[in-house]
Ligand binder design. Structure first.
Ligand code: IDP
Ligand code: MG
Length: 160
């Protein structure tokens, strides 16, 4: 079955991608989702919601000792965001590549940050940096029941 093929090909990896408040404000929600969708990745979960500072502090807990941590968490809770889970082959690494470098001035044109932003603190999107972080972030942002279990009708056109 297709499910067996996907499991065998290692296509079940998941990452956590989030459109930040600046990305929402600038009307980039559709474009960012479309890039993952068009590439062939499978959407597993998505929300549109404002979260409180405590939640963002937990999300960025690894950066707690950085000077920009309070400002970052405050900004991230200043408006609605679009947290998402995307699934597919090598999607953690590829998601980061699609986002571009953390500093938009070092992001190549063609990447999300390289196409749409300039400043480090307004880099419009988040993506998990490892499978381990992805699992932690998915568990923080989504309840198990919010992860959709479905098969895309791509047949054998995305994966050989
Ligand atoms: P990442 O988002 O590319 O994974 P991280 O190092 O995890 O980058 O930092 C999280 C976010 O914190 C960045 O996306 C950026 O918005 C912000 N940030 C990172 N470094 C700085 C900094 O030196 N000054 C201000 N904001 C920063
Ligand atoms: Mg990070």
């Amino acid at each position: 079955s297709r499910f067996t093929t996907e499991v065998m090909a290692g296509n079940q990896e998941r990452t956590f991608i989030m459109i930040k408040p600046d990305g929402v404000q600038r009307g980039l929600v559709g474009d960012i989702i479309q890039r993952f969708e068009k590439r062939g990745y499978k959407l597993v979960a998505m929300k549109f919601k404002q979260f409180d500072e405590a939640h963002l502090k937990q999300h960025y807990i690894d950066l707690a000792d950085k000077p920009f941590y309070p400002k970052l968490c405050k900004f991230m809770s200043s408006g609605p965001v679009v947290p998402m889970v995307w699934e597919g082959k090598d999607v953690v690494k590829m998601g980061r590549a699609m986002l571009g470098a953390t500093n938009p001035l070092q992001s190549n044109p063609g990447t999300i940050r390289g196409d749409f932003c300039i400043d480090l603190g307004r880099n419009i999107c988040h993506g998990s940096d490892s499978v381990d972080s992805a699992n932690k972030e998915i568990a923080l942002w989504f309840d198990k029941t919010e992860l959709a279990s479905w098969s895309m009708c791509t047949g054998d056109n995305v994966y050989e």
